[in-house]
Design a protein around this ligand. Structure first.
Ligand SMILES: [Zn+2]
Length: 492
């Protein structure tokens, strides 16, 4: 423990939250602007690299101490949580630069930070860089300029410690528990035998301290990431090069796609780590808190509707010779992967059927008992005339969920005029025979009925309720889609 441990642990995070960067879809030019604002004295810009598409990648440093620490974030473009937390850390350094703690810390360590190592990927909100290369599989060949920059900085500053900052699939459970993995930690292996040496043991001790910090705030929600040796991966090679490296994976949290809590946990882990490294806390620690972290378990569903009576009153489909069937009782799992809204360039969540049938072994972040209701898939396509909120609402009540607009219409304008969360496609994609179903991979659109009276109680489109008998229409924005939904892949 240092004399500052308690002070750090009880910090009011809201004072340091850098609120301008409020969204996970942070663009490179926005980050650049924030960094100009935050990285003034005593934070220095040390090296400037550039991506394959010539976007700037910056290396900042702070402190004058003998222990060199390197943190890099967002080598996967669609994994921004730690980048935002690094802005909070810079904000903290900025606001507390005269504090006793930072005066002490800056005499012990020198912190090196590369926020957003993959700006081209971040611009597209995709994992890989603009060449399609996964930077975390490029630590042997260094084909990409981004990988070369990370290696260059590592060689220059010769860090004792490394922090490899990522987002994982947000639906991992912790071991066999029903708890979602909010943070996963790993002291990566440096060989395929997963051997230990002093470099890795030190990383394990520190990861154990980070586990305790997170669990003191959210309980048993920390998982251990897969520890198989990845010969081409940066974390594993850093460990091999003698840098004690900790992988921090930001996971998921209940009904929280924007992850504000996880951003805060990152910020708190950074301070815990810097304090522990600068004091004797890591040396004093045991590896046991790390070695007993349960590995990430099976993926959970985001929402599970149990004992659904699934009926079908859709128009018969002559292409498929499909006819309506009598109700069957099933469980229905829905996930909400992000989808790029091509009109606004923003991230939207789309509720997609993940599985259907007997889902008793499947854990879910939220569960609802649907045994009292009958649900029916929506009927599918409709070309409204004119395309107005009122006309669309009437069609939704009749069971349609997917609408088409004339190709001469400006989709941006249309989107701002309509106040309902339906799917809109350009008319070229109209297909008379397409109907919505609740098969895995399809958008989760259905009506909820009273099974006796068949009264419509509620209507869900793309996993969200748009209408409720008691409270009326919910305000929402339509999803404008170029063609069929392609949910953005969440890779690891
Ligand atoms: Zn990643």
């Amino acid at each position: 423990m240092s004399q500052y441990s308690n002070w750090i642990h009880s910090l009011d995070y809201s004072r340091y939250f850098f609120e301008k960067a409020g969204t996970r879809r942070i663009r490179h030019h926005e980050l650049t602007g924030y960094l100009v604002e935050l990285t003034i004295d005593p934070i220095e810009k040390r090296n400037l690299g550039s991506s394959f598409e010539q976007r700037a990648i910056s290396h900042f440093s702070w402190g004058k101490g003998p222990v060199s620490i390197l943190m890099w974030s967002q080598m996967h473009g669609n994994e921004p949580t730690a980048t935002l937390a690094l802005l909070d850390l810079f904000n903290f350094i900025h606001l507390e630069k005269k504090s006793e703690f930072l005066t002490w810390l800056s005499s012990k360590i020198t912190l090196h930070v590369i926020p957003m190592l993959n700006p081209d990927g971040a611009e597209r909100f995709q994992r890989r860089n603009s060449l399609g290369i996964d930077l975390n599989r490029d630590a042997l060949q260094f084909t990409s300029p981004e990988s070369r920059f990370l290696k260059f900085v590592k060689d220059e500053v010769n860090p004792v410690w490394g922090f490899n900052l990522h987002d994982q699939n947000p639906r991992y459970s912790v071991g066999s528990t029903p708890n979602v993995s909010v943070i996963s930690l790993l002291a990566p292996a440096f060989d395929s035998e997963r051997s230990d040496n002093p470099v890795r043991i030190r990383a394990k001790k520190l990861a154990g301290l980070l586990r305790q910090e997170v669990e003191s705030r959210v309980g048993a929600h920390v998982g251990r990431y897969d520890d198989a040796f990845g010969a081409r991966c940066f974390g594993d090679n850093m460990q091999k090069w003698g840098v004690s490296t900790v992988l921090i994976e930001s996971g998921g949290w209940y009904q929280s796609p924007d992850k504000p809590l996880i951003r805060e946990l990152n910020f708190r882990m950074f301070l815990t780590a810097l304090n522990a490294i600068a004091s004797d806390e890591v040396d004093q620690a045991s590896t046991e808190p790390y070695e007993t972290i349960p590995f990430n378990g099976p993926l959970m569903a985001e929402l599970k509707l149990e004992k659904v009576n699934l009926g079908d009153r859709r128009t018969p489909d002559p292409m498929l010779e499909r006819r309506a069937h009598n109700p069957v009782t099933v469980d229905l799992a829905i996930n909400y992967p992000p989808m790029m809204d091509w009109v606004t360039g923003t991230e939207r969540l789309v509720g997609v059927v993940a599985d259907i049938g007997d889902l008793s072994p499947l854990k879910a972040m939220a569960t609802m008992d649907f045994s009292a209701y009958l649900i029916e898939p929506m009927k599918g396509n409709f070309m409204p005339m004119p395309v107005t909120t009122d006309v669309i609402r009437r069609s939704v009540l009749e069971g349609y969920d997917t609408f088409f607009y004339p190709s001469a219409t400006d989709p941006k304008r249309l989107r701002s005029q309509l106040a309902i969360g339906v799917s809109l496609f350009r008319e070229d994609f109209f297909s008379e025979h397409h109907t919505t179903s609740l098969l895995p991979g399809e958008r989760a659109s259905f009506r909820i009925l009273n099974p006796e009276t068949r009264e419509v109680l509620s209507i869900w489109i793309n996993g969200f309720e748009v209408y409720n008998r008691d409270s009326g229409w919910k305000k929402g924005e339509p999803w404008v889609m170029p063609n069929r939904v392609k949910a953005l892949e969440v890779e690891l």
